[in-house]
Write a protein that binds this ligand. Sequence first.
Ligand SMILES: Nc1ncnc2c1ncn2[C@@H]1O[C@H](COP(=O)(O)OP(=O)(O)OP(=O)(O)O)[C@@H](O)[C@H]1O
Ligand SMILES: [Mg+2]
Length: 347
Amino acid sequence: MSEQPVITPEVLVPRLGEQLVNMGLLTASQLEQALKHQQRQAAEGKPASLLGQTLVELGFLDRPTLDRAVTEQIIQLRSALEDANRHLEARVKQRTAELQEALRKLSELSELKANFMANVSHELRTPLTHVRGYVELMTSESLGPLTEEQKRALQVSLRSVHRLQNLIDDLILFSQAAQGEMSLQLGPVNLNQLAGLAIDHAQSKANEREITLAFRVAPTLQLVRGDFEKLRWVISQLLDNAIKFTEPGGSVMLVMDVENEIARVTVRDTGIGIKPERMAEVFEPFHQLDGSSTRRYGGTGLGLALVRQIIEAHGSIVSLNSEPGDGTTVSFPLMFFTEDVHDGKTA
Ligand SMILES: Nc1ncnc2c1ncn2[C@@H]1O[C@H](COP(=O)(O)OP(=O)(O)OP(=O)(O)O)[C@@H](O)[C@H]1O
Ligand SMILES: [Mg+2]
């Protein structure tokens, strides 16, 4: 096994030696002699001395010349260091500029996407309103009598039109929220009335899927502060999810409770549940846990993202509890309405 070289200043000074040779202050053979001298001294166990010191001792250089040479070397090193720093600063500036440009492009793209979504969804709404109007007119037989088969075909068309309209409304709401334009019409909201409407709306879907739908409203519940239409939309979305992700025979419950002097809205189901590691994901727009190409449940994955945005715009927070196979509970608190606070549009 070869012996490891001892790291002492002597090992590092050959660069000083080379420098002295380059400067013509020392010959190559003098340098060699000095290094050998050092090795000998080391072999004899004498304390190590620096190369410069050795050169002076051997009379190859005088002290002032050595000091001048060392000073010159330090100056050269310092200027090389300054050059490297300048170069590094220039690189950092260039990289920062590149990153800023990439960020600018990304924000531009994201704005473009939001504008595109807002425009397209508005443009889709108008022709769809016409389609719906005429289909409803035909269904009511105002344009002439219909055969049973024609009626059935029109009913299917109408259901599809409704689905398309809901989707477009979601997209409009989402693009408004993405552009920071979600406005709330705050006022007193009767949660009892809201629960009734949301349950009525969800009932036919629950029946279709053979799911028991129930609701309970605490008798002490007062009016809450909120945007009636948006809260209705939120509760409908939560009921829609609960029904959609529960197997036939299961149940869905809407509860309006009072807890620590605030109202709490809860939608609970006995459905398929959500794995703990995927809970955060469900609030991301367009994220659906069943991502296969032959998706079973339909929808676009916007529901919960918008639910969260609307509830947060109310100054509240949505909580999600779920146990795979056992069911899911989504809930959020709402403040009671008081007269003394001025209501208006909230961004
Ligand atoms: N009650 C629930 N039980 C089990 N999984 C749920 C429940 N609610 C939501 N999820 C999961 O979270 C995903 C996102 O829900 P979200 O409501 O945002 O979208 P979606 O219902 O798939 O589509 P959309 O609401 O746009 O019609 C769902 O696709 C589903 O995987
Ligand atoms: Mg949904």
